[in-house]
Design a binder for this molecule. Structure first.
Ligand SMILES: O=C(O)CCC(=O)C(=O)O
Length: 335
């Protein structure tokens, strides 16, 4: 029900349903505040090797000079804030907790399954092909459809350029990932994390890996919240002017036969300011067979994962809790 949205009221205390047991709390004082994830200048030298290195060591990197117009990034964030400022009755019309819906405003992660809530509201959209999905998108704020469509087109283009570099860095043909993953779906999560009265007791999103192939994240420039697990420690990804954050999803980890890493990440909240992030997910076609690229499977490095369809993977992913074991573990070969 729409009254579960946290962006419709001011909260002076954290409701008990959001409080994590002691052992699961974010322990914010242990987070490395100023570690750097790799930054790749897409207009600079050695792009392919730098991306390959970042995918292998961190699974995450920031890109600058990426070609997505900066004014469009700013407009995307502005329209996202305007959307979450709409009156409750306007937002209630879009609310759903059915993960199968292709356009919905919801809260937490999967309220039908989870036992502890997360301090997040989110708008989830399917974005490709645009002409199929845009007619169902919000009409308020009035610029929403145009701005978000323009942003989706640019990000998709960037995603395919990154696929080419990632494929080449693995020694594969530049069009390998794009072809192997079939006609790509594109989804978006517009994540809104209001100020939280007790950030040390809860999460915006608990630790998870992304089930898709590649994620491109536009982050609020004012406030940090994304954290990535690196060598056993949580490191903060501090916003970098004009950058987009890129991470490898489970499907590229499978395709690379485990060379590239889909790593655990989480969003924490804070008591001072709301935070927005816009995640764009490139997702393989549902019925294409996914598995390690043949040329990456050798006697020394046998296939780590069996072949499966994305439909099978996605069903499995959504039937678990977000922070359970890495979903790819369920697709490991036994040999
Ligand atoms: O808000 C963030 O920084 C992370 C968002 C995220 O991980 C997601 O939407 O899957």
């Amino acid at each position: 029900m729409a009254d579960q949205l946290i962006s419709t009221a001011v909260h002076r205390e954290l409701p008990g349903s959001y409080v994590r047991p002691e052992s699961q709390r974010p322990r914010l004082d242990e987070v490395v505040p100023d570690a750097q994830i790799p930054v790749v200048d897409l207009a600079g030298p050695d792009v392919v090797s730098r991306i390959g290195q970042a995918c292998a060591t961190h699974g995450f990197f920031q890109v600058v000079n990426h070609g997505v117009p900066l004014e469009l990034m700013a407009a995307m964030l502005a329209v996202a804030y305007d959307f979450f400022r709409l009156p409750p009755e306007e937002k209630a019309k879009l609310y759903s907790d059915d993960p199968a819906k292709k356009m919905r405003l919801s809260t937490s992660f999967n309220v039908r399954k989870e036992t502890v809530r997360n301090w997040r509201d989110y708008l989830r959209l399917h974005c490709h092909p645009l002409e199929q999905y845009v007619p169902d998108w919000p009409t308020n704020p009035p610029s929403f459809r145009d701005t978000v469509s323009a942003y989706c087109r640019e990000v998709r283009e960037l995603g395919f350029r990154l696929y080419a570099a990632i494929s080449e860095s693995l020694g594969l043909a530049r069009d390998y990932a794009e072809k192997a993953l079939g006609e790509q779906e594109q989804h978006m999560a517009v994540n809104f994390y209001p100020e939280c009265p007790a950030p040390e007791l809860t999460y915006g999103l608990p630790a998870h890996t992304d089930p898709n192939a590649l994620t491109i994240l536009l982050m609020d420039q004012q406030v940090a919240g994304l954290q990535v697990l690196n060598q056993g420690r949580w490191i903060a990804v501090n916003p970098r002017p004009n950058a987009l954050v890129v991470n490898i999803g489970d499907q590229l980890q499978a395709l690379s036969n485990g060379r590239y890493r889909s790593v655990w990440h989480r969003a924490v909240v804070n008591s001072d300011m709301p935070r927005m992030s816009v995640a764009s997910f490139l997702c393989p076609c549902n019925d294409v067979l996914i598995g390690p690229a043949a040329s990456l499977v050798t006697e020394e490095s046998p296939a780590v994962y069996r072949d499966y369809t994305y439909a099978e993977y996605y069903t499995k992913f959504w039937s678990r809790n977000l922070d359970q074991e890495h979903c790819l573990e369920l697709f490991r070969t036994t040999s």
